[in-house]
Design a protein around this ligand. Structure first.
Ligand code: AHG
Ligand code: MN
Ligand code: MN
Length: 344
């Protein structure tokens, strides 16, 4: 199809805004800045080993981030690209990143705005060195009404239901951007020579049923009863209680799993387990679970902790972890039922 019949991300944003005359569209430019950050990260990731960007950042101690996880060189570069491409536009009051302990201020040279940007600059970064898909995840919140102008962690601690937009870019065989502005989910593919994100997956809808589930099976001995039951029933296949065969998937890049599920359905679990009772899960609420939850629910799927809807969780800290279950509606509801039955 000739390029002139395609909708670019900028055109999509402007046309969306026209459909809702009351909407200011203030953050259109912010979304476009995020898209530039994602294109820059995509270009860095695509260089692979040639850019000497593989491996750990710094010496062994310097490479441990606030999460207690090893930072890769590309984690650090992606974080810098996200910050420097979005801090200048006047839309943001502040940002928060997986890679920064504290919230990130907007430099004094730039005006401050009314939005908060929270992001995981590179998700699945343990996959970089083996050339498996990674991505960037982002969430946009409003600065709470009546705030006192101080930059503190508290202003970010809003439940996912308050997100005004969320999305991710996936750096796979193609670079894609999945976006929700609270009115459905649309997917864009980066045209490699034109350098624009082009609308390629309009109005994404997740099938309600699936025969694919994704969980890290090496944690099995730590699983709790509802997850143990769910997986055992799936694995029992056609002759078991589910009456059908299931496939398992595990990429170890949540963003890539979310993309599969948005595209053809499925269910993803990183549940609470008994491995380390101080950790309620592995994945982080503010910049992993919440933006994925908004996308999944806007596409007709469901996202839960197992015991409550993800988007209702009241955050208590910026980097808190949470049990995460998302995907095809009927499977996630079944998992919630198993959790409630065990709780009784
Ligand atoms: P990050 O690279 O941002 O730290 O996130 C990695 C996450 C997520 O993407 C993935 O689903 C999960 O960690 C993989 O966990 P396991 O190593 O336990 O499989
Ligand atoms: Mn991550
Ligand atoms: Mn990350």
């Amino acid at each position: 199809m000739p390029f002139n019949q395609r909708t670019t991300l900028a055109q999509f944003l402007i046309e969306e805004r026209r459909r809702y005359p009351g909407v200011s569209g203030d953050f259109n430019m912010l979304i476009l800045d995020i898209a530039v950050a994602c294109k820059a990260i995509s270009a860095a990731v695509a260089m692979g080993q040639l850019a000497n960007l593989h491996g750990h950042h710094g010496d062994d101690q310097a490479s441990i981030n606030i999460q207690g996880e090893t930072q890769q060189k590309l984690d650090v570069l992606s974080n810098e690209l996200f910050i420097s491409n979005t801090n200048w536009g006047g839309h943001l009051f502040a940002m928060a990143s997986e890679e920064n302990d504290k919230p990130i201020a907007i430099p004094k040279d730039y005006p401050q705005g009314k939005y908060l940007l929270v992001f995981d600059p590179l998700d699945g970064s343990s996959n970089i060195d083996i050339n498996v898909s990674v991505g960037s995840i982002f969430s946009i919140l409003r600065l709470p009404e009546g705030h006192n102008g101080e930059l503190s962690e508290d202003i970010f601690l809003q439940p996912g239901i308050k997100q005004v937009a969320a999305g991710y870019a996936l750096y796979g065989p193609a670079t894609t951007l999945m976006l929700t502005l609270g009115n459905g989910v649309n997917g864009f593919t980066l045209h490699p020579t034109i350098g624009e994100f082009i609308l390629s997956h309009p109005n994404i809808s997740i099938p309600e049923d699936t025969h694919e589930f994704a969980i890290n099976g090496s944690n099995r001995r730590f699983w709790q009863a509802p997850v143990e039951r769910y997986v055992a029933e799936c694995l029992a296949g056609k002759t078991g209680p589910r009456g059908k065969d299931f496939n398992t998937r595990w990429i170890a890049s949540m963003v890539a799993e979310a993309n599969r599920i948005l595209t053809r359905g499925g269910v993803f679990l990183y549940p609470q387990d008994n491995k380390d009772p101080s950790k309620p899960g592995k994945l982080r609420l503010m910049y992993e679970a919440n933006p994925i939850a908004m996308l999944i629910e806007q596409a007709g799927g469901r996202c839960s902790t197992g015991t409550m809807p993800m988007l209702d969780v009241e955050p208590t800290s910026l980097h808190q972890r949470v049990p995460l279950i998302f995907g095809s509606k009927n499977e996630v509801e079944r998992l919630e039922r198993y959790h409630h039955e065990t709780g009784k």
